[in-house]
Ligand binder design. Structure first.
Ligand SMILES: [Zn+2]
Length: 97
């Protein structure tokens, strides 16, 4: 349950692309899911996973990281570049969400 509107406790209420085997998370400990994050900055609020530290932690993914480049070639979009107030740096799927 990581998509759709939130319930009274702030939890998403719809099934994610992971449920269908159409999404993958990489290095969750180094590529967290952030909220209040229209554009990445250290002021974004970490919701899940470990801190995202591009340029400091070699396991924090960047646009030029081989995993990002190869997954994009395979048709996946990166959750670190999705529109809206979340950035999910560990996440890849055909839609990015
Ligand atoms: Zn994910």
């Amino acid at each position: 349950m990581s998509r759709g509107p939130t319930d009274g406790r702030g939890n998403r209420t719809e099934i994610s692309n992971h449920s269908f085997g159409a999404a993958v998370d990489l290095n969750e400990e180094n590529n967290g899911l952030y909220e209040k994050c229209f554009a990445w900055s250290k002021k974004c609020a970490l919701r899940k996973g470990g801190r995202y530290r591009p340029g400091e932690d070699p396991l924090s993914l960047r646009e030029e990281s081989p995993a990002v480049v190869e997954l994009k070639k395979a048709g996946f979009l990166w959750g670190g570049r999705i529109a809206g107030n979340q950035k999910d740096f560990m996440h890849f799927s055909p839609t990015g969400y």
